[in-house]
Design a protein around this ligand. Structure first.
Ligand SMILES: [Mg+2]
Length: 303
């Protein structure tokens, strides 16, 4: 295994994000109750009704960049607060319109309010919890270090979050942009921008769903790092482009692409696994399955 290189997402792979998402929901409810002067229980009931509505239309909702979906709600549940905001902004019934108007009395747009709740809660969460790595992550990292497997994180979180949480385990994570590709055991691209789309839309279907694979910032990272294996928990953000590059026979494509499943991983994502260059090589239940996924891989020959 010595010399193998894994490019990995962080949140949802090395962390259990439910606690952070619960904190976002609680903050949204607290602030909505304040803005509307409604009891928080009433706000909670409406929020959950709108969340149920969003979940019932997963192909319509998700993380939008310039009006385009960059990931779908059912594969990426961090998109839920924004999806609730989208439906709230439409104000389709009296109760929803009343709450929307309470938000708009204090904020320029409903989306700005939801974005602020999201970003401020995530920042608070990082201050509140020194680390929140998933169970077994420490032992896995020790194993990877012993085996000489390098890991580079490409995450939407700031680099400092990853660096601080791993420091709690006594591990140093270098800034990937300031270090040579492959030069250190653990490196991180913070604010990696895997969600950013290109000028010319290019889509590939995975499990029947069209996914944008023009992601120039992520592509630059893959070209620079040339990983042997890519690991992620959101197909559209983490794995669609690596699989597309592999199907196109590109040099920078990884030889393996593995998805860490969550209990809510949707059927279309599960259907994207199987034989074929543009299909996931495996779905695994947890990041601690990584050693098994590395079996049989040999490092690339140096260029
Ligand atoms: Mg993730």
């Amino acid at each position: 295994m010595r010399g193998l290189h894994v490019l990995s997402d962080f949140d949802g792979v090395w962390t259990d994000p439910e606690r952070e998402l619960d904190a976002v929901r609680a903050e949204v409810l607290r602030r909505l109750a304040k803005l509307s002067a409604w009891p928080v229980e009433r706000v909670g009931r409406l929020y959950d009704r709108l969340a149920g509505r969003a979940r019932s239309e997963p192909e319509v909702h998700g993380w939008r960049i310039g009006g385009e979906l960059t990931s779908y709600l059912d594969e990426d549940f961090f998109g839920l607060p924004a999806a609730v905001g989208e439906i709230l902004a439409r104000g389709e019934d009296e109760e929803t319109a009343e709450l929307r108007d309470a938000v708009l009395a204090a904020w320029p747009a409903v989306s700005a309010f939801f974005d602020a709740c999201y970003h401020e809660t995530c920042a608070w969460f990082r201050r509140r919890y020194p680390h929140d790595l998933t169970r077994g992550a420490g032992r896995l990292l020790d194993w990877l270090a012993r085996e000489g497997v390098r890991v580079t994180f490409a995450t939407n979180a700031p680099a400092e979050k990853v660096q601080a949480w791993f420091a709690e385990h006594g591990l140093r994570v270098d800034d990937a942009r300031e270090t040579e590709a492959g030069s250190r055991p653990l490196r991180v691209y913070g604010r990696a921008g895997k969600q950013w789309l290109g000028e010319e839309p290019c889509r590939r279907r995975f499990g029947g769903r069209p996914v944008r694979v023009d992601r120039p910032r992520y592509r630059a990272i893959l070209e620079r790092e040339q990983p042997d294996l890519v690991l992620g928990d959101v197909l559209s953000l983490d794995l669609a482009l690596p699989l597309h590059l592999r199907a196109e026979g590109r040099e920078e494509a990884p030889r393996r692409a593995v998805l860490v499943e969550r209990p809510e991983t949707p059927d279309w994502v599960r259907a994207a696994a199987g034989p074929g260059l543009d299909r996931l090589d495996a779905l695994v239940p947890h990041v601690t399955s990584l050693p098994r996924m590395l079996q049989g891989l040999r490092p690339r020959a140096p260029a």
